[in-house]
Design a protein around this ligand. Structure first.
Ligand code: ADP
Ligand code: MG
Length: 271
């Protein structure tokens, strides 16, 4: 697999103080990278730096190559083309990314038509319904005309994923996509992201403070702490043999299904 995204020495600073500090990572074509770390460790600034969407006052240094091209050399117009076409983002809070005054169908349709010139309204509407079906929203032909507030949090996140897919991206960056959702819905959204990746071949960067979340989806991981990469490797390596005490602390916070089964078996033996 050739590399889709190569990040080298990426640094983001506010007033000269780095919040992302010379980090390196690589995402192969079709691969899935997890970025894990506690709140404030620089995860979101990393993704915003890749997308050229940093807040005012932030400075960026280092290299971001995507599909062989240097993204940091692009102007705003060039970056807009990348964002609308090659890299899609899914955020934690779908309500803040959806416009409350437009139906979800209108918003998926707009994303779809922005990507394909000359598509009729009717064809775009059909594509929106198909996109909703693809992310397993039931009764899509009716729900396409509903407004964001008529959807549950999990269903809104499905709408966001449908919008992200409408541009047929090569890379999806999901920043805490399940943090606002309850645990069962979290699992469904993670399954959906894994399925999307399988079906479309898109690569995925999954950002989370919760190590349990990435274990489901990512092949490789970087663990961030204070803006630096504390540890990196395959998900398997890091789960079975964490090197950094910080990673071990994160792992200890993860409830282990096998531990619980073990505990249940012990209970059974006792009685
Ligand atoms: N506009 C800003 N001005 C100054 N510091 C900021 C700004 N936005 C974020 N930061 C700081 O950057 C650091 C990294 O933030 P962020 O990438 O959002 O963390 P994470 O996503 O890992 O929770 C934090 O310490 C945060 O306080
Ligand atoms: Mg964040």
């Amino acid at each position: 697999m050739s590399d889709l995204l190569r990040v080298r020495g990426l640094t983001v600073a506010f007033d000269g103080v780095p919040v992302v500090d010379a980090i390196d990572f690589t995402v192969p074509r079709g691969g899935a990278l997890g970025i894990v770390g506690e709140s404030g460790s620089g995860k979101s600034m990393t993704s915003l730096a890749i997308m050229g969407l940093l807040p005012k006052g932030a400075t960026r240094a280092g290299s971001v190559t995507f599909d062989g091209g240097e993204l940091t050399a692009l102007n705003e117009r060039g970056m807009r083309a990348v964002r609308g076409d090659k890299i899609a983002m899914v955020f934690q809070d779908p309500l803040s990314s959806l416009n409350p005054y437009y139906t979800v169908g209108a918003q998926i349709t707009e994303a779809y038509r922005a990507h394909r010139s000359g598509v009729s309204r009717k064809a775009a509407r059909r594509a929106a319904i198909e996109a909703m079906e693809r992310v397993h929203i039931r009764d899509a032909a009716r729900r396409v005309d509903e407004y964001p507030h008529q959807f549950s949090g999990g269903m809104r996140q499905r709408v966001m994923i449908a919008m992200a897919l409408s541009t047929e991206p090569d890379l999806i960056i999901a920043d805490e996509p399940t943090t606002a959702l309850d645990v069962t819905v979290q699992a469904q959204i993670l399954d959906l992201l894994a399925e999307v990746r399988r079906d479309t071949g898109a690569a995925l960067i999954l950002i989370t403070h919760d190590l349990a979340v990435v274990s489901e989806v990512a092949d490789s991981l970087i663990v961030m702490r204070h803006g630096k990469v504390a540890e990196s490797g395959t998900a398997e390596q890091i789960f079975s043999d964490p090197r950094h005490p910080y990673t071990r602390a994160l792992l200890d916070a993860v409830p282990r299904i096998d531990d619980e089964i073990g505990a249940l078996q012990t209970l059974g033996e006792d009685t």
